[in-house]
Design a binder for this molecule. Structure first.
Ligand SMILES: [Ca+2]
Ligand SMILES: [Ca+2]
Length: 358
């Protein structure tokens, strides 16, 4: 056998071994999927560098502040990867307010009776108050532990609406849910008067941020890898029905917050490096990325950017703020408006960004 044949056989053997390895060890069963293309309307808003102008608050002391809430006194609350709820005071001081759990905390919201509710991706919904510390509010649904609770909001009637990003994958495997592209997300409701949890929407493409409208006649829920947000009606003859609020967003919507004027701030996470979107159309490429996480880690370096959009009540983008190469702010996960400033959280920052807005 000549050397060319030997090399060809060797190459064939290697690719067969690789294929077997990928199909045998791949943790996902992906379906055909195309990352939504940003709509032409959204592309009319040019990229800018506004998010590079943020003031960094608490720099170096906040690991991955995913969600932000600012109370009426101007105290900033955020949950960080070290398991703390931290508070940033107006005088610039940082307080380790309450230690909750390990690094598994995500979305949070204020409770009318005082304190906050925070999503723990291992324990469910936890209540955190000044006097009573940390208590469990909701941990199970239909007899099973709630994993990967992602965001929560309390309505005026006391009901809590919350998302479960994925019923299949956990927080630390969130990218597998994106690579698999089979919707495993849910919107749930907890009624504290009856202590009942009910399912409002199922089969969501990574259920993420939730926000109530100003009049609480509907709520919005983000589906990250579908690059869209749904409107779920709580009132009127449409109660209990859902429709698309905004779609083809230029990124995956993470947290969403009601702005003082009744519009919404939505942070958009980059799901794929620019120019690499084709990887998400190929099942084989997604199997390979799921099997060899180092490939995804390498791509991370090309996937740095931050975008937040302000969206009107009728689903139109009013403003867009970017850091197009993640120079200052990368992977922004939350934008909360308070007294003419945006407070910005990110799973990949060690500070909260503060930006004056006009
Ligand atoms: Ca939130
Ligand atoms: Ca989130």
């Amino acid at each position: 056998m000549d050397s060319i044949k030997l090399v060809a056989l060797f190459m064939l053997g290697c690719s067969a071994a690789l294929t077997l390895q990928v199909y045998y060890y791949s943790p996902i069963s992906p379906q055909i999927f195309h990352l939504p293309t940003p709509s032409s309307t959204h592309l009319l808003l040019p990229a800018n560098t506004y998010l590079q102008e943020v003031n960094k608050i608490g720099e170096g002391q906040l690991q991955g502040p995913e969600d932000i809430w600012v109370d009426k006194e101007g105290i900033v609350y955020t949950a960080t990867r070290d398991g703390w709820i931290k508070r940033l005071h107006k005088n610039g001081s940082l307080e380790n307010w309450k230690w909750v759990h390990n690094g598994s905390l995500l979305g949070m919201a204020p409770l009318a009776a005082g304190g906050i509710v925070v999503c723990d991706t291992e324990l469910g919904l936890l209540k955190v108050t000044e006097d009573n510390g940390v208590t469990s509010l909701v941990s199970q649904f239909n007899g099973s532990q709630i994993n990967f609770a992602d965001d929560v909001i309390e309505a005026k009637d006391g009901n809590l609406y919350f998302s479960v990003a994925s019923t299949k994958y956990g927080f630390r495997e969130w990218n597998l849910d994106v690579l698999e592209a089979i919707p495993h997300g849910q919107l749930l409701k907890y009624n504290p008067k009856t202590d009942q949890v009910s399912l409002l929407l199922d089969n969501l493409g990574f259920a993420n941020g939730v926000a109530l409208s100003k009049d609480e006649d509907y709520l919005l829920i983000c589906e990250s890898w579908k690059c869209r947000c749904l409107k779920y009606w709580l009132d009127s003859e449409l109660e209990g029905t859902a429709e698309v609020f905004i779609e083809n967003l230029p990124g995956g919507p993470d947290n969403i917050n009601l702005a003082p004027d009744g519009s919404f701030w939505i942070s958009l996470i980059p799901l794929s490096p620019k120019g690499f979107e084709f990887l998400y159309t190929s099942k084989i490429a997604r199997h390979v990325m799921a099997t060899f996480p180092r490939i995804a880690d390498t791509l991370e370096a090309f996937n740095k950017r931050a975008t937040v959009v302000k969206v009107s009540e009728n689903g139109k983008i009013l403003a867009k703020y970017d850091d197009p190469n993640g120079k200052v702010l990368n992977f922004v996960t939350s934008a909360f408006e308070y007294q003419g400033h945006l407070y910005l959280g990110s799973l990949k920052s060690n500070f909260v960004g503060k930006l004056p807005i006009v």
